[in-house]
Design a protein around this ligand. Structure first.
Ligand SMILES: [Zn+2]
Length: 337
């Protein structure tokens, strides 16, 4: 987490006001062009997504930026923090040096506003639109270490396109970005998962795209369709991480939660799936969710619930420890169906 009590206080506010954004941008090879009649308003190619035409608006008087395509935005210090993946004090030193400014002591920066998920608008789209851009995602040692502690290593990181959004002020900045696709494999959004094992009470664990309708998609379905297992059976889990951890061994899918919609059932049927093991987390919400979901699935598929021990989630288990639970459930096939 960000340390809000630096040992020596720097005047970030004064620096933000006096810094020269054009020099800072030039140090990254980013050229500004004028945008309209306001002399302080400029635009540039956005470094936070694969930009084809200048989408980044830069105000060189206020020293702020915003990309209207990928929604990256913030002030000049946040720009450098995002570009270099560094903390605010280091960014301030760099900005001061590039601008020929000084940084004096004063008050500490205000704590960052907590991120809140977008409110759900009434006019929800009837389908999830394909994105017109892809975010530039990056790896860093902290993220790799955390994923590794979850049994998620480089091959899975690459296969699922995981990384961190560099723009800190973007909604999912600092989080693990998980690309979401429709059943045909079109990119339709990114989920931002909090990085860390203990999620603070006032911080959402997952941030979904604002107008994204998760009930219209099944996570990992396009990969399943590209390479369906011979018996057309699927393992349905609660979370992204459970899918990702066991992907090398298993055709796991997720409805991105503990419920299933008629649209998701239709997608599973269209895929030709015939048998489903429901393996939700080993806790009360998981058990209740598994019962409810399997009741929805049962009219359409051979369905079994796999109960995990209390406190155990599928992605907590290595494959060798997870497999016996699946095998047990599989063997109930002949006795109850
Ligand atoms: Zn952008």
């Amino acid at each position: 987490m960000v340390n809000h009590m630096p040992s020596r206080r720097l005047d970030f506010k004064a620096l933000r006001a006096s810094a020269d954004f054009s020099k800072v941008l030039a140090s990254y090879g980013i050229a500004l062009v004028k945008d309209g009649s306001n002399p302080s308003q400029h635009k540039a190619l956005c470094p936070f997504h694969d930009d084809q035409k200048p989408s980044l608006k830069v105000n060189t008087e206020k020293n702020i930026y915003h990309c209207f395509v990928c929604d990256a935005g913030g002030n000049i210090l946040e720009f450098v923090m995002a570009m270099d993946g560094i903390a605010i004090r280091e960014a301030a030193r760099k900005v001061a040096e590039l601008s020929g400014s000084t940084i004096d002591r004063q008050a500490p920066p205000p704590p960052a506003a907590p991120e809140t998920p977008g409110t759900v608008p009434d006019d929800l789209p009837t389908e999830n639109q394909a994105l017109s851009f892809a975010l530039k995602l990056e790896q860093d040692p902290e993220l790799s270490a955390w994923l590794s502690s979850r049994g998620i290593e480089a091959p899975a990181i690459e296969r699922f396109g995981l990384g961190r959004v560099s723009a800190r002020s973007k909604t999912i900045g600092g989080r693990l970005a998980i690309p979401l696709h429709d059943e045909a494999g079109q990119l339709i959004g990114y989920c931002g998962r909090y990085v860390g094992d203990i999620v603070p009470d006032d911080v959402p664990k997952y941030l979904m795209p604002k107008r994204f309708r998760k009930e219209l998609a099944v996570f990992n379905l396009h990969r399943y369709r590209a390479n369906p297992p011979p018996h057309r059976f699927a393992v349905l889990v609660e979370s992204f991480l459970s899918v990702i951890r066991h992907d090398g061994h298993l055709s796991a899918l997720s409805t991105m939660g503990r419920s299933i919609s008629p649209e998701q059932i239709a997608l599973l049927r269209e895929t030709g799936i015939t048998r489903i093991l429901v393996v939700f987390d080993g806790d009360e919400p998981g058990r209740a969710g598994a019962r409810a979901v399997s009741a929805e699935l049962a009219p359409h598929f051979w369905t079994r619930i796999v109960d995990l021990p209390e406190g155990v989630k599928p992605h907590h288990l290595a494959w060798d420890a997870f497999r016996p639970f699946l095998a047990d459930a599989w063997q109930t096939r002949s006795s109850t169906n």
